[in-house]
Design a protein around this ligand. Structure first.
Ligand code: ANZ
Ligand code: ZN
Length: 888
């Protein structure tokens, strides 16, 4: 019996794979299978989360290769972004050098975890042969009216000196990266008009039936469709300004509450209060002053949700009742949602109620409810009623209608008379892509004093990111200071002009990388129509749920746009349609690790502060108390980080991968524990014993004769278990990816084969078949061991790797269990009969258990005979008659 040197085996196969990679591959007539793991940011170090996601994609990829598919399993680098720039600022390393060396290190680590990526498709978003095409796609968006510039209030990170997307600001108004309190500033910015695609982005979610519901729900919420109506309120102006009419349009999701309007509220930069000269006449000076005050308060405290209001002193006319309605400027009205104006209905909206009270707009007695609950029981005057109901007698001709009917009637009448119309709003905003940063793809635009904004001609792409740069981290866009890059000629008038100094949000880079993988070396186009059409959509996309909203939404947007442009058209029309990028989405859970806390102070303990000499009873060294133990997200501050490289060197990559897959279902949190890797090592060793036992057999012809009619009952049972395992694993690898269950099934098969191995002479063909299937089925998860075992099992069979062997097939005949009728007697009297698998007929205890568990068994043996003990059980006629004899 030889022991296994796991690390030596890994090394051997990593080398061997490199040599084998260069062989020509015949991919003709094969079904394509595109499996993708989200590409990493090249931070320089793989963490356990990476190991988990690549283990999953690699396992699926290797399985598909064994099915004989043409598998695309690429890898690349999301290489632009802030950390490279911050490293440059802090340590003086150029972002290029930092990124290149990080990529090199991570690539090595990826090889160490035995991944089988298509390195010939590798790409890096910071290379000009990639970002050239990012810029090209920007121009395509621009020419199709989907990229535009506008002045916008943006989130400004005072530490990183850059604009942040809303999504990069957390609930407390802090930057997701620097943690700085975010300020609001106004800047001219580039946007992508993703809102043009709001409806298809929403509607097509219904077709993504292989996506987790949770992710689809998050996207639905993000898009936030709201149906309602717009109403026009005419502002009552002084006699002096009669010649101008001024309308305030409001958007409401509750047209049925229009009779309850008590005020209008407009945002601070609503057209009515804008500084535009013509409109300036219509309001007093103090109003502007107060609004700028309000804006400053907003800027300063970021208090978008405070109930500050300013009475404009102006009034509008209610379009139905003709009542006079006061107009307020309100901090809670968002300027870029709906129309930037709200009809305030204090009786039916909590915010409106609070605003009314805070600003004493009307007396409480004048806040009358116009919609009452369907059942009168719940009426209580002072409480805000926000549900649908029946319209009250205050609602004119609509009194007595249900909310649903009233909404239709009111909106219909409004459309007829012209003061309103039905309207749809989305919460989704256009995508702000400008970043005042160096390390990103330059926006290919030129600013000319005569021609305004001019796109860089496609033939002049890429706009190369200059490398002669000094990064200080201060003062906005670093590209502003590279004069010989900044100053250029206007493509239109050839006069002096300046380049746009913003770079693109790195989410732009990652919105189309999966398309580039289909044709990574194309120098004429981002990708060829044919190749993209052949390989898209991605069959399985694996990644973290933290990308559930933005990255996936942006990628869907790009895909829909490029499809609309006609840049590709998938050959395979799946249920999700042709313009969706990802057929199946797998979101893997996080990896958590053990932490120790001082039970008295709650402080996290460093590893050296804990005595682990008895691993089951850790002790805090200083206090000799048992520390509090919990599993938490790995982090420096919790001292629970685990370096995958160290783990791999200690336990081997195969065992580490198996552990990753076995410890938790793919989408759930995985609690990392070294002790369970040891369990995987023990299993590996047991499989090795089986492999060895066969290697020791004298060589015999390779085609095993698996003739069921010649099998004994025991052999049939072994054969059944083998087929059962193949069936279950095939479903798992195809579809459900519950690899934890897959490992359990393989362990069960191992146990069974081990139990019959001592007297295997009789059942050699089935046994050998079982071991071979076992090795094949573990190979995608533990690839170097799979190869090694396969080589031992097939000495001298040439250079095929196990991944060129075919995945085992289920023999359906072998699956079915042969059954015999077993007659059950109680005290010698025949009572019932039962079908049992013939293979277990001789296993008396097993048969007894089956009988007792059956319905009749419950009735005759377990219940009816309570109090009486079974004296003995007699098995007769080769086990086909079982007699239960009870005490008197
Ligand atoms: C009157 C009303 C009565 C409203 C009522 C609600 C309940 P969703 O569903 O998110 O679309 N609103 C409209 N524009 C706004 C803006 N720019 N800033 C802040 N609030 C705004 O919300 C639509 C509702 O939000 C609208 O319907 C409006 O208040 C408010 F019983 O109009 B409602
Ligand atoms: Zn010009």
């Amino acid at each position: 019996q030889k022991n296994l040197d796991l690390l030596a085996i890994e090394r051997k196969w990593r080398e061997r794979w490199k040599q084998l990679k260069n062989r020509p591959k015949n991919q003709e007539n094969k079904q394509k299978f595109y499996i993708l793991a989200m590409f990493p940011y090249p931070s320089g170090m793989l963490h356990m989360g990476h190991v988990r996601v690549y283990t999953i994609s690699d396992t699926i990829s290797r399985f598909r290769k064994m099915l004989g598919h043409e598998v695309i399993h690429p890898m690349g680098w999301d290489a632009f972004g802030l950390p490279a720039e911050n490293a440059a600022i802090e340590h003086g390393i150029h972002p290029v050098d930092w990124t290149v060396s990080n990529i090199k290190a991570m690539k090595m680590q990826m090889e160490k975890i035995l991944t089988d990526f298509d390195w010939d498709r590798e790409l890096s978003t910071c290379n000009s042969d990639y970002y050239k095409w990012t810029q090209y796609l920007f121009l395509k968006l621009y020419k199709n009216g989907l990229a535009y510039q506008k002045e916008a209030v943006v989130n400004w990170d005072p530490i990183d000196q850059t604009v942040l997307a809303n999504e990069q600001v957390d609930g407390e108004g802090r930057s997701w990266r620097s943690g700085a309190k975010v300020e609001l500033r106004k800047l001219k910015q580039w946007f992508f008009k993703i809102t043009d695609f709001a409806e298809p982005l929403l509607k097509d979610l219904d077709k993504l039936n292989e996506w987790p519901d949770r992710v689809k729900q998050m996207q639905r919420y993000w898009i936030g469709k709201s149906e309602g109506a717009e109403f026009d309120f005419i502002v009552n102006l002084n006699r002096k300004y009669r010649e101008t009419t001024f309308l305030i349009k409001v958007f409401t999701s509750r047209p049925d509450t229009i009779f309850g309007v008590r005020y209008l509220a407009i945002s601070t930069d609503h057209a009515l209060v804008s500084k535009d000269e013509r409109k300036k006449k219509i309001h007093q000076r103090y109003l502007l002053l107060s609004i700028s005050l309000l804006n400053n308060i907003n800027l300063f405290f970021n208090l978008k949700y405070l109930l500050i209001g300013i009475n404009t002193g102006l009034y509008a006319t209610h379009p139905i009742t003709g009542a006079t309605i006061p107009i307020y400027v309100a901090s809670y009205v968002v300027s870029d949602y709906g129309t930037g104006a709200v009809m305030g209905v204090p009786a039916h909206d909590q915010r409106d109620w609070n605003f009314t009270k805070a600003n004493r707009i009307v007396d409480e007695k004048d806040i009358r409810r116009v919609v009452k609950p369907y059942s009168a029981k719940f009426i209580e005057e002072c409480e805000v009623y926000t549900s649908y109901g029946i319209l009250t007698s205050d609602c004119g001709q609509y009194a007595g209608m249900s909310s649903e009917n009233a909404i239709n009637a009111i909106v219909n009448d409004a459309e007829k008379r012209g003061y309103g119309r039905s309207a749809v709003q989305y919460r989704l905003r256009d995508w702000l892509i400008s970043r005042q940063r160096y390390w990103g793809a330059p926006i290919p635009m030129i600013h000319c004093s005569r021609c305004n904004v001019v796109p860089v001609p496609e033939s002049e792409l890429p706009v190369i990111l200059p490398t002669n740069i000094s990064l200080t981290g201060r003062g906005g866009s670093p590209l502003k200071y590279v004069k010989d890059w900044l100053n250029t000629k206007c493509p239109k008038c050839h006069g002096p002009a300046e380049r746009d100094t913003d770079t693109m949000d790195t989410f732009v880079d990652s919105s189309w990388y999966f398309m580039r993988y289909t044709d990574p070396n194309n120098i004429l186009l981002p990708f060829s129509h044919d190749k993209a059409s052949k390989y898209l959509p991605i069959d399985v996309y694996v990644g973290g749920v933290e990308h559930a909203i933005l990255h996936l939404l942006y990628s869907r947007f790009f895909t829909k746009f490029l499809y609309k442009l006609g840049m590709y058209k998938p050959i395979h029309n799946n249920t999700q349609g042709r313009d969706e990028p990802f057929r199946q989405l797998v979101t893997q859970g996080m990896v958590h690790a053990k932490t120790f806390k001082d039970p008295l102070t709650g402080r996290f303990l460093k590893p050296e502060e804990v005595d682990l000499s008895n691993p089951n009873e850790p002790i805090q060294k200083s206090t000799r108390l048992a520390p509090e133990i919990s599993f938490e997200k790995m982090s420096k501050s919790k001292y629970n980080g685990i370096d995958p490289e160290i783990t791999i060197e200690k336990y081997g990559a195969d065992a580490t991968r198996l552990h990753m897959l076995y410890k938790a279902p793919v989408s759930e949190i995985l609690e990392w524990e070294d002790s369970s890797i040891v369990g995987m090592q023990r299993w590996i060793l047991r499989v090795w014993r089986l492999v060895e036992s066969i290697a020791n057999f004298p060589r015999q012809s390779d085609d095993l004769i698996l003739n069921m009619s010649m099998m004994s009952n025991e052999e049939k049972e072994t054969y059944r278990l083998i087929n059962f395992t193949i069936k279950e694993l095939t479903t798992i690898f195809y579809d459900t990816y519950s690899f934890n269950t897959a490992v359990s099934y393989l362990i069960k098969l191992t146990n069974h084969l081990t139990s019959i191995s001592p007297n295997v002479n009789m059942s050699r063909p089935v046994y050998i078949y079982g071991v071979k299937c076992l090795v094949k089925m573990m190979a995608p998860m533990a690839p170097s061991l799979g190869e090694e075992f396969w080589e031992v099992l097939n000495k001298g069979r040439g250079t095929r790797t196990i991944f060129e062997e075919s995945w085992p097939k289920v023999d359906n005949k072998g699956l079915s269990v042969e059954e015999v009728t077993c007659v059950v007697q109680i005290n010698g009297k025949m009572r019932f009969s039962l079908q049992v698998p013939s293979s277990i007929l001789k296993d008396n205890l097993m048969v007894e258990m089956l009988i007792r568990k059956s319905n009749n068994g419950q009735k005759w043996i377990e219940e009816n005979q309570t109090g009486k003990k079974i004296k003995r059980v007699i098995h007769a006629n080769g086990g086909k008659i079982v007699n239960f004899v009870f005490e008197n």
